[in-house]
Design a protein around this ligand. Structure first.
Ligand code: FES
Ligand code: FES
Length: 909
């Protein structure tokens, strides 16, 4: 043990600690300064940054023996507090720079160190600094963070005041479309927004810490599990296997009726087989995480390895065995049948292109690893706290498996450091439930980044073959599609994501004749989970590349070709329904000047460059809001003495559910004179909040926004007097009027027919057009995105900061998808950096956001969603730009330098 005298945030502290302990653990667990977050735990993400003796250090890799005695340490808590914010924190709030907020304290600490030594940095200096201090952000796309530092510097130089900068809200007026700062911003910038691991520190002393025994192979029969040695290890309370699970030990994957599986493929604790790397075979419950981890190594699992099918084609091979015996590896199929048979048409059309395309297993890479805890409350209900973005779904999916009636399972969403969709599937909820039931004690489970990356769902890879034909006038007349979806071993939502192929291949264009066939394939690679865009980034990539190839083959400008073919009044989508609005011609007109300029810029640069080439590409971006068909959501509103309380389960990945709820409620309630500060929010706790459905498919702003609006309208109706004025709380009580009112909204939609792909699946769509400009280094094959310009139509903008943030963050994940990100190699793709997370150096600072606001007839106050459109196809514009620059078309993502070099070599043959 070591005794250290430290000066923490200006106060002398003595700590007794193990010399091998990391500074982050001492700060968080011994000194309870949980503002310092731990993401990667390996020095890659900067979430744990603190300033030690004037220098930024990553506290997660700084052992206490390396911390000098008397060291002066500054953490986020010492920079500013909720009642005394530092200018950097103020600037962070003004720019909406904290989305999930998990990276925020680390960035603010780094920014403080920079501004302490350079009060007037350039944007490039700020970017270089964050690269040096290794700060990663997965939500914002970095630009708002640089904006925030530039503003903070101005504030600190005294050139502006907070009052001048803080968004002015109209007295009594609407806050729709304004820069209102989200309710959670102040806690996020001060490090007081308590994520799961922060709450974990506050759990009672008898809490049991869980560590998993996980599979290190991808496919095997389990012969035996021996826990005897582990049970004897110090501090161990129980070692649990499938035998200890009281219920069916299966997650309910909510399979479609036409799914050939029963949807019950996924074990909670594996019993007969291992289906993928990382599967949980046993759980050790001990008094400390270290004791649990040590004991987990002593569990002996005997396996008989089986052939592992690591891709859809491998699992579809004739000699492949069934991964789930009794269920074929191809377990769901769907078709598109629209208009005339395309085979004879393709024969007759003068211009036809076809290609094989692939979009892979993009990893979500939130900076906060998965974490949660569970306990029984005094009513005998199991309370599970996690990062769930589908509270009521997840309760339904796990209740039978863990062996409790559904009404005894209540899930609460912790403040969440990003999910981007992986938490649409349950991850650790059932494990926590099993552990709490087996022990009747509070239990806590925290993944490290390795577990987060290797054992949570990933984007489902699509293997696609498309053929597209046009007539001599440049009109697309026929499309043929074929796609195989590698959904890993567990079926949950695999059928749904496969349907996206029929909805988004060819989306945005008038194509009268389509034939297509798609299938979901069970494999032994990572299970497929939702990821922002959910099937559209795969589908749109394929059809946008076909559109590009066709335009180029016909010698027509890619923008003009699109303009000639996009949906116009009366046209129908690939599903045969009219879209909500016809926004694309306007968006193409909006980007046309940028497109013309981009082409000219590339031409000029290319004249003076031999080893680097420049090019530009364009793509449509589209996604629907909602789960297919008659999706619905619920909320409630209650008048109180102090104002109105509004509740819903609008789960927050970090996108801004609090802001969305507040704006929807305020816009409705302001008719009765309520101001934003009169509205209290209760969000995402099944003990109080109704079933609003999951936060996925960009559905929340539309579905839960409408449900919140309806609840508030119903409250106003209850408050309304005959003269049109509204009763006060006291009058409501005096007249014995109900105080709480429910709201529900159901989309007037029909799911697509799996035999034809025809239907009307979404009430509202989001549209964008992106122009990407790139530089390709011909000697290294490296691509850099120099500039992005996007014109978006997401209906009425509900909050400008939130929508800007969603679009910037989505585009940057698109840069990652195009160039860097993958989770394919289980040995290599095991850290944030090795998986290709874009760092600030990889991301352009030159991003222009343009908006067209076409109010949506079915959107609350005209709004669509915003989260997924920006990641639906930015990678396609980037890939087309690479082709424009150097003539190499990368059809299998990501466009690693070696693929570009191989393409160049082929061209030169
Ligand atoms: S660098 Fe310390 S948590 Fe990532
Ligand atoms: S706000 Fe940066 S990781 Fe979420």
């Amino acid at each position: 043990m070591l005794k250290k005298s430290l000066r923490i945030n200006g106060t002398e502290k003595k700590v007794i600690c193990d010399p091998e302990t990391f500074l982050s653990d001492v700060l968080r667990k011994q000194l309870l300064l949980t503002g310092t977050k731990v993401g990667c735990g390996k020095g890659e993400c900067g979430a744990c940054n603190v300033i030690m003796n004037g220098k930024v250090v990553r506290s997660c890799i700084t052992k206490m023996k390396m911390v000098p005695d008397e060291a002066d340490i500054l953490t986020i808590e010492g920079i500013g507090t909720q009642n005394n914010l530092h200018p950097i924190q103020i600037a962070w709030m003004i720019h909406g720079a904290a989305q999930c907020g998990f990276c925020t304290p680390g960035f603010i600490v780094s920014a403080k160190a920079l501004l302490d030594q350079n009060i007037n940095p350039t944007r490039e200096e700020v970017r270089a600094w964050f690269q040096k201090t290794r700060n990663l952000c997965r939500c914002t796309g970095y630009k708002p963070l640089v904006d925030a530092v530039m503003t903070a510097a101005k504030l600190m130089r005294g050139e502006v005041t907070k009052e001048e900068l803080w968004p002015k809200l109209p007295e009594g007026g609407s806050i729709i479309g304004k820069d209102t700062v989200r309710p959670s911003a102040c806690e996020k910038v001060t490090g007081t927004w308590e994520f799961g691991a922060d709450l974990g520190v506050t759990l009672p002393d008898d809490t049991l810490h869980i560590k998993l025994v996980q599979a290190t192979v991808s496919h095997a029969n389990i012969l035996s599990i021996d826990t005897a040695e582990a049970e004897k290890m110090p501090g161990v309370y129980r070692v649990l296997t499938y035998k200890d699970v009281k219920g069916s030990n299966r997650i309910n994957g909510l399979a479609f009726p036409s799914n050939k599986g029963d949807g019950l493929e996924r074990p909670i604790l594996n019993d007969k087989k291992v289906f993928q790397f990382g599967d949980a075979i046993a759980m050790v419950l001990a008094d400390t995480p270290t004791h649990a981890e040590d004991a987990a190594k002593k569990v002996v699992v005997q396996l008989e390895e089986l052939p592992a099918y690591m891709s859809a084609p491998a699992a579809m091979a004739e000699d492949a065995i069934e991964i789930h015996p009794g269920t074929p590896n191809i377990y769901f199929e769907t078709k598109v049948v629209k208009g005339e048979d395309t085979a004879p048409l393709m024969e007759s059309l003068p211009h036809v292109v076809e290609d094989d395309l692939y979009v892979g297993r993009q990893p979500h890479l939130p900076i906060e690893p998965d974490v949660g805890f569970a306990y029984f409350n005094e009513n005998g209900e199991l309370i599970i706290h996690s990062k769930s973005v589908a509270l009521h779904f997840h309760a339904l999916m796990i209740a039978d498996g863990i062996g409790l009636p559904l009404d005894k399972v209540k899930i609460v969403q912790n403040p969440t450091g990003g999910t981007f969709g992986y938490k649409f599937s349950p991850t650790i909820e059932a494990l926590l439930g099993v552990a709490a039931i087996a022990t009747n004690k509070p239990v806590y489970l925290e993944f490290n980044m390795y577990q987060q990356i290797t054992y949570t769902g990933k984007r489902s890879p699509f293997f696609m073959h498309l053929k597209m034909g046009a007539d001599d006038k440049g009109k697309i007349n026929a499309l043929e599609t074929d796609w195989s979806v590698d959904h890993g071993p567990y079926c949950e939502f695999g059928d749904l994501v496969t349907m996206r192929g029929s909805q988004f291949m060819g989306a945005g264009y008038k194509i009268d004749n389509i034939r297509g066939a798609g299938r979901t394939v069970c494999t032994n690679h990572a299970w497929g989970s939702a990821f922002r865009g959910y099937g559209s980034p795969q589908s749109l990539f394929a059809s946008e590349q076909m559109v590009d190839e066709l335009a180029i083959k016909m010698g027509i400008d890619p923008l003009d070709f699109r303009y000639n073919n996009v949906l116009r009044e009366g046209d129908v989508t690939p599903n045969g329904c009219k879209p909500d609005v016809y926004a694309l011609p306007g968006l193409l007109d909006m980007v046309r000047p940028c497109w013309t300029k981009a082409k000219e810029t590339a031409k000029q640069k290319n004249q003076n460059s031999t080893d680097k080439k420049y090019g530009c590409g364009i793509s449509l971006l589209i996604y629907g809001c909602g789960l297919d068909g008659a999706d619905s959501s619920e909320a409630w509103a209650e008048i109180t003495k102090d104002g109105v309380t509004v509740a819903n389960s609008w789960e927050d990945h970090g996108q801004g559910a609090d802001m969305g709820t507040l704006v929807m409620a305020h816009e409705t309630l302001r008719k009765a004179g309520y101001k934003p500060e009169d509205i209290k929010l209760i969000l995402n706790d099944m003990n109080y909040t109704p079933n609003s459905g999951p936060a996925g498919g960009s559905r929340s702003n539309v579905l839960t926004g409408n449900a919140t609006r309806v609840a508030c309208e119903n409250l106003l109706e209850g408050m309304r007097k005959e003269d049109g004025t509204y009763r006060t709380f006291d009058e409501m009580v005096a007249e014995n009027k109900p105080l709480r009112y429910d709201g529900k909204w159901t989309a007037p939609c029909t799911a697509c027919d799996v035999e034809t792909g025809q239907g009307n699946p979404f009430p509202v769509y989001m549209y964008g057009v992106l122009v990407a400009e790139v530089e390709v280094d011909l000697t290294t094959g490296k691509t850099h995105v120099d500039k992005l310009t996007i014109a978006s139509d997401v209906g009425t903008i509900i909050n400008k900061l939130v929508v800007d943030g969603q679009i910037l963050g989505g585009l940057v994940q698109g840069i990652g998808l195009a160039l860097y990100e993958d989770f394919e190699d289980l040995q290599k793709h095991t850290t944030l950096i090795k998986c290709g997370i874009p760092q600030i150096k990889d991301v352009t600072d030159d991003i222009t956001l343009l908006y067209q606001e076409t109010p949506r007839p079915l959107g609350p106050y005209g709004a669509a969603g915003a989260g997924e459109m920006p990641l639906s196809a930015p990678h396609s514009a980037i890939i087309s730009a690479i082709y424009d620059a150097c003539g190499v078309r990368i059809t299998h993502l990501p466009a690693y330098p070696e693929k570009v070099l191989a393409g160049l070599k082929n061209l030169n043959k």
